[in-house]
Design a binder for this molecule. Structure first.
Ligand code: ATP
Length: 815
């Protein structure tokens, strides 16, 4: 048997600029460490709180009110001790005093319990406070910080902040043995304390809205900042269009253009300035004016230019929004306004990704602390290829700084190389979709294709953005993009027309399906479909949709032996809120729908807490795939999730009722609590949402009440999320490049071989952070065709995380 894990005393702090998702990270560290049997502290006001420490003594758990129903048997009494440290009100109001008489005056390092972090998901910023501490930069300050930690008996620290904060963490750890020796020699700590605290365990989480840290794909707060920027641009669009105005938006990003670039791609902006790729010309004003003049020349009525805070020209002269405005006004005569988003970018409710990632990262941070030895480096918890990663903290900081250094040396190419592939592809995507085609980029006549685009199945966020990107890529290279309206029925009825550059201009941000979509399969008339391919001389077909599109692709591929007109590249770009297409980790629309679920559940939870103890049984779409339910449950902090993959049994329901009774029984008296239960629409044909609702109503008795809410089509979302829009552009352009390549490959084959050229009928999938093409026939092997989902999925294990974060095993001893 392996050694039992050490019982650590863990503290967590947030430092540097605040970012959305920091609360989720703190919540995960608090919950994760309690689940591992550790004691947990929060440090208020970043490193400054560590330096100040506690001048007042802490109150104790015993002063807290007893649970409502103390005679309920609870499985793990240690856990209850930790749970009762909190009552869910700590720090929520940003004050240092609480309704129960507790006070934080003179206390910066505060023991917290499970319920202290309840409801933190939906709050922006950081509830435990952050600061930039000059004192901590000094040896004297760090000596005080070490003393304060040792005084509280804390031996492990999680720091959530930017590269400065993580550097501070590494400096602190490296210096720790000297700090301990000094404190001992000064007689401020005992020999025993010096021995016990010989090693400080430190782990870093990256909280930074700029997404500027190397060795991780995403930093905590960056996705929410992108949401805020895109919301602002979406609002500006209508005014810009109404008055035919130009708007110049300045967004954050001193050394990293991620926010500006992704906002540009996902909102269909017209020009972006980012530090990594300054304009190619000097003076840059000519380049910008030429691009915008060409856009205006084809009839565009609005212009959106995005300027990153750290933008500059090739000679590193800063490019400022005001100057861009002057140039647009004076040289192009455009009515131009500047909007500086400033701190609005940091704030507001965290988006789904800023709840999910910090949760998984916070839990891993606790594991990393438990596994740390004096020999292991301090780790930074990141995310790569959809997996939580650990990298040596200082390596990541050094690489981050080298990007800034390369930029300052005007080595932009190398700086770009150090950004991840998604960044580079987004830049390419922006250039293809924003710029008006120029005759010099058009392919020779014999290489120009007629590419049809069709939407299939239910609408999903990003379908229109993908279509816009495909159409613009086609026009850029001289291909003809053809829209097929209303799926295969529309094709049979000649609902097909050319897409124009201007016609798709506003599609980047539109929800629904501009082409119209339905579930009709090509086998309604395969011969008819083939002859329409011939009639319109289609050289390729791009189908954007869910499982239907996958099934249709399979049919077309199988029909190739009978119909030579299908001997062309046939491509499926997965787009479905159910995220049930096999082998791809994310389909377009899946991020939008989880965000829609989060929005709905935040509102529902608020209403529940305002009335009385109540559970809400929230029904989600998703068909036979529990993706939205599971990932949504993790993102809203749901108490229970029911999915088709695991189904619902009577035993499970009995245990769920017991869990809810125990949990409500432990709540503080007089405070109403709302809890969310998520049920996928097809989790069970017997235990329907209404049955569950009635059962919980009946069983809740005086402890809790129940209500049901079916979210239905609202989960398709209104405006697609920026992540879905940016992903749509990236994947769509890859589809176009694939079509060009496969078309050439097919042409090179003898006619007889074209019908069996399997790789030219393929699905584009996201596997990790890489994009993989999978021939449709290979996909079939990974598909559960009867249940219309993949045979396996990366997110299945998240259900256990949902339950762990409700302490179900600790409360009732079962899963
Ligand atoms: P943001 O990306 O929002 O600026 P950041 O973490 O990079 O966040 P900084 O102001 O650079 O923000 O650092 C936050 C705090 O970390 C500093 O105020 C300081 O207390 C501590 N810190 C930074 N660098 C060091 C260092 N070299 N040694 C000790 N402490 C440091």
């Amino acid at each position: 048997m392996s050694d039992p894990k050490p019982k650590l005393k863990v503290a967590v702090l947030t430092s540097g600029g605040d970012s959305a998702g920091m609360n989720a990270a703190v919540r995960a560290v608090v919950k994760g460490s309690i689940l591992q049997g550790c004691e947990t502290w929060i440090v208020r006001e970043g490193y400054e709180g560590l330096v100040r420490g506690n001048t007042e003594s802490a109150d104790t758990a015993a002063s807290r009110e007893a649970p409502q129903n103390a005679n309920l048997k609870v499985y793990d009494s240690d856990f209850i001790a930790n749970l009762r440290f909190g009552d869910g009100t700590l720090l929520r109001d940003g004050t240092a005093d609480f309704s129960d008489g507790r006070s934080l005056h003179g206390r910066y390092i505060v023991r917290v319990g499970w319920d202290d972090v309840r409801g933190w998901f939906s709050e922006g910023g950081t509830l435990i406070g952050t600061a930039r501490s000059t004192t901590f930069r000094t040896n004297e300050g760090r000596l005080k910080a070490a003393y304060n930690l040792i005084k509280e008996g804390i031996d492990a620290l999680v720091v959530c902040g930017g590269d400065g904060s993580l550097t501070g963490a590494d400096v602190f750890r490296a210096e720790w043995p000297t700090l301990v020796a000094t404190l001992r020699s000064e007689g401020r700590i005992s020999e025993e304390q010096a021995k016990y605290h010989g090693h400080l365990r430190i782990v870093g989480l990256v909280g930074s809205i700029d997404n500027d840290m190397s060795m991780t794909d995403m930093t905590i707060g960056a996705p929410t900042a992108l949401h805020r920027i895109c919301e602002a641009i979406d609002s500006i669009h209508s005014t810009a269009l109404s008055h035919s105005r130009a708007f110049v938006l300045e967004v954050m990003g001193r050394h990293c253009g991620w926010l500006a670039l992704l906002a540009g791609v996902s909102s269909g902006a017209d020009f972006v300035f980012i530090p990594e790729r300054p304009p190619q010309c000097i003076p840059w004003e000519d380049e910008m004016c030429e691009a915008i003049q060409r856009q205006r020349g084809v009839g565009k009525r609005k212009t959106i230019v995005i300027v990153a805070e750290g933008a500059h020209d090739k000679e590193l002269n800063p490019i400022r929004a005001d100057h861009v405005k002057d140039v647009l006004s004076e040289r192009l005569g455009l009515d131009t306004r500047v909007t500086t988003l400033g701190h609005t970018q940091r704030g507001g409710r965290p988006c789904a990704m800023d709840r999910l990632l910090p949760t998984l990262q916070g839990l891993d941070a606790v594991d990393a602390l438990l596994e740390a030895t004096p020999e292991t480096p301090s780790y930074m918890i990141g995310v790569r290829e959809n997996k939580i990663t650990r990298v040596p903290l200082m390596e990541a900081v050094a690489m981050t700084r080298s990007v800034a250094q390369l930029i300052s040396e005007k080595n932009f190419e190398k700086a770009m190389e150090l950004r991840d592939p998604e960044f580079k592809e987004s830049l390419q995507g922006f250039l293809y979709t924003a710029n008006v085609p120029r005759p010099d980029f058009v392919l020779p006549k014999e290489k120009r294709l007629r590419i049809a685009i069709m939407h299939m199945g239910a609408p999903a966020g990003g379908m229109n953005a993908a279509t816009r990107a495909a159409a613009r890529y086609c026009l850029y290279h001289g291909h003809t993009p053809l829209a097929i309206h209303n799926g295969f029925k529309g094709l049979l009825n000649d609902h097909i027309h050319d897409l124009s550059w201007l016609g798709v201009d506003n599609w980047a941000v539109r929800g629904g399906s501009e082409l119209g979509t339905n579930r009709a399969m090509p086998d309604i008339d395969l011969g008819g479909v083939a002859s329409q391919f011939q009639k319109y001389q289609l050289d390729a077909l791009l189908m954007i949709g869910g499982f239907e599109a996958f099934t249709a692709l399979k049919m077309l591929d199988e029909a190739r032996k009978h119909y030579p007109s299908f001997h062309v590249p046939l491509v499926h770009l997965p787009a479905t809120i159910s995220n049930n297409v096999p082998m791809t980790e994310f389909s377009l629309g899946s991020d939008t729908s989880v965000n829609a679920l989060v929005d709905a559940c935040d509102a529902i939870k608020q209403s529940a807490s305002a009335s009385r103890n109540r559970v809400f049984v929230v029904e989600t779409q998703g068909g036979k795939c529990g993706y939205i339910a599971t990932v949504g449950a993790l993102a809203v902090g749901a108490s229970i999730v029911y999915t088709p993959e695991t189904g619902i049994t009577l035993d499970k329901l009995r245990s769920d009722v017991k869990f809810l009774k125990v949990r409500y029984g432990l709540d503080v008296k007089g405070k109403a609590e709302g809890r969310i239960i998520i049920r996928n629409e097809q989790a069970s044909s017997v235990y329907t949402t209404e049955v569950l609702n009635k059962m919980f109503q009946e069983e809740g008795g005086s402890l809790f009440d129940s209500r049901a809410a079916a979210l239905g089509h609202t989960l398709q979302g209104g405006v697609p999320s920026p992540i879905d829009r940016a992903r749509a552009v990236r994947l769509s352009l890859k589809c176009m490049a694939f079509i060009e390549h496969e078309h050439a490959a097919l042409q090179a084959l003898p006619r007889a071989a074209r019908g069996v050229h399997r790789q030219s009928a393929a699905v584009i999938t996201i596997q990790g952070s890489s994009v993989q093409w999978v021939p449709v026939q290979e996909m079939v092997e990974h598909a559960d065709m009867a249940n219309r989902r993949g045979k396996t999925a990366w997110w299945l294990g998240l259900k256990a995380v949902v339950e762990a974060l409700c302490a179900r095993p600790q409360l009732i001893g079962d899963k």
